[in-house]
Design a protein around this ligand. Structure first.
Ligand SMILES: [Zn+2]
Length: 193
């Protein structure tokens, strides 16, 4: 069954060991922030630092594993039609929109959407780590380290498939930041097999 995440919103759901999560960008140029928590202990969370350290690369794709803060593999990328995702930046939030965009009444962003969706699972906002930002295009200057948030490379129908290596709670959004999504807010589709 195909699920739709409405523009600027987010969901949470369980993913069992061995199940595959397919995340689809139905219209192109739309980011989806992904979080994973261990169902056995929600203090075990997806870790950008561990994953990038062990990969020795910042751009992840098939067949890279995504590690937890306890160095266990939570998910593995088993299929990827884009090959450009970001694992450096935190979910966009009220503060992102206040600080970067100067918004007076900022949207709660992916962070607020994830916090609300994860609350029924007993996960607190302070437990939310750096998300694996599917389709987000953040190149880094090799000399200065300067980051740029550029339009995603994903075209309509592009997708990534992640397989769970343990029982998980997943948080997933259709990202709310203009810059990350080339200026417009679009839905995200996902499927569990
Ligand atoms: Zn976002």
């Amino acid at each position: 069954m195909l699920h739709e995440i409405a523009p600027r919103s987010g969901v949470a759901f369980t993913l069992d060991k061995g199940q595959r999560l397919t995340v689809i960008d139905p219209r192109g140029e739309q980011v989806a922030d992904l979080l994973a928590f261990s169902r056995a202990d929600t203090n075990e969370v997806i870790s950008s630092g561990r994953t990038l350290d062990y990969a020795s690369r910042i751009y992840l794709t098939t067949p890279d594993p995504l590690y937890s803060n306890r160095s266990n593999i939570m998910l593995r990328i088993v299929h990827d039609t884009v090959g450009r995702h970001d694992f450096l930046l935190t979910p966009c939030s009220k503060d992102t929109f206040r600080i970067i965009y100067g918004d007076k009444e900022p949207h709660r962003g992916c962070f607020g959407n994830l916090a609300a969706a994860l609350e029924p699972y007993g996960i607190l906002p302070d437990q939310i780590p750096v998300a694996f930002n599917l389709f987000m295009n953040v190149p880094v200057d090799a000399v200065t380290g300067e980051l740029k948030v550029l339009p995603p490379l994903s075209k309509a129908g592009d997708h990534i498939v992640l397989e769970a290596e343990t029982d998980l709670i997943i948080g997933l959004t259709a990202c709310s930041a203009l810059q990350s999504n080339n200026g417009s807010f679009k839905p995200i589709h996902y499927r569990i097999d």
